[in-house]
Design a binder for this molecule. Structure first.
Ligand code: XMP
Length: 326
């Protein structure tokens, strides 16, 4: 697919039949473009890069090399799912990089949100470039660029996510979904057989849980973010809210308050729940969550998450509050 402008005649992919037709056409084009050369892809497990991976696996099989960098800021179960789906089920050529210590060591003691983002972005590029240098014969770099990224080059991804590959690692780009809208990418993902929770994943910031563990990240508070987020997602799914609420997550700020447990003072963190509805992330409204559900989630978090003694629900719309806490 050449050019960065979506032809007016291009039908909206909104059915399995249209998704299958797109896949067939893309697989032919990708085979033509790539031949027997090798392609590299940073596979985060998000819907865009996962769909690109699945398309390329169909087109060129093991000549696609997927690199999954675990920076320690992913949600519970995400690295495991990438390995299960791509390595075990799709037999992909997947390089899994455990870079958890490397990222968390670099981030230790760093309070400023933009500095944290820069460190995460820069470190990611470095880890990815190091892996790329170990591989022979890579000629293409695949990317999960989608149409809104092209239309809004000053949009969220471009605004927040810094960096590109160093000059000695510039490859020809392969961007098979660059003319698709998000709903079309999901339709194609479904037709490619990706699991629902990957296809319908809510937006997740590039710096991951790093921006939800506000201030300087510590391993124990990061675990509190990860565990409380997993409980929230599980309870939203049980209540049938998955895919209905646009984005929901927890944040654990870096201050404590008093509580009491087993007759002793408990100086611990609060968990803040955020659940918003939005169309394009530029503004957001607050989802009305049934009180009983909030109560259930609160009890689970207080009982199951280490180092926490309060649960709060954030009622602030965007603007004036941003969706994330930093
Ligand atoms: P804010 O907090 O600015 O977030 O209202 C708007 C949307 O963008 C996501 N977000 C990010 N996405 N890198 C990203 O790729 C980032 O650094 C980043 N920060 C926020 C946020 O989750 C929401 O969907």
């Amino acid at each position: 697919m050449n050019g960065n402008v979506r032809p007016e005649t291009m039908a909206r992919i909104n059915s399995p039949a249209l998704a299958n037709a797109f896949i067939k056409e893309q697989v032919t084009e990708l085979k033509e473009q790539i031949g027997d050369k090798k392609v590299l892809l940073a596979l985060s497990g998000g819907v865009d890069s996962s769909v690109v991976a699945a398309l390329l696996i169909k087109a060129i099989g093991k000549n696609l090399v997927c690199v999954h960098v675990n920076h320690g800021l992913l949600r519970k179960g995400e690295p495991e799912q990438v390995i299960e789906v791509f390595r075990n089920q799709m037999d992909a050529n997947l390089v899994y990089v455990d870079a958890v210590d490397r990222f968390l060591d670099k981030l230790a003691g760093v309070f400023d949100p933009e500095t944290k983002r820069k460190i995460i972005g820069k470190e990611f590029i470095e880890v990815f470039a190091e892996e790329a240098k170990k591989l022979d014969g890579i000629e293409f770099l695949a990317q999960g660029t989608i149409y809104p990224d092209i239309l809004e080059s000053d949009g969220i991804k471009a605004h927040h996510n810094v960096g590109g590959l160093p000059k000695d690692l510039q490859f020809e780009l392969v961007e098979p979904v660059k003319l698709l809208y998000k709903d079309e990418v999901r339709e194609v993902g479904k037709a490619l057989g990706l699991p629902d929770n990957m296809v319908y994943r809510q937006p997740f910031p590039g710096p991951g849980l790093g921006v939800r563990c506000t201030g300087a990240i510590t391993r124990d508070r990061l675990e509190a973010v990860r565990e409380s987020d997993a409980i929230l997602r599980e309870e939203f799914a049980n209540a049938g809210l998955e895919g209905k609420v646009w984005q929901y997550f927890t944040t654990v700020p870096d201050y404590r308050s008093t509580g009491i447990k087993d007759g002793k003072r408990l100086w611990a963190w609060p968990v803040i729940i955020r659940a918003v509805n939005s169309v394009d992330a530029t503004s957001a409204t607050i989802e009305e969550i049934p009180y009983a559900l909030l109560g259930k989630i609160t009890n689970r978090i207080l009982n199951e998450v280490e180092g926490v003694n309060r649960v709060l629900y954030d009622l602030s719309p965007k603007p004036i509050a941003t969706i994330e806490w930093e």
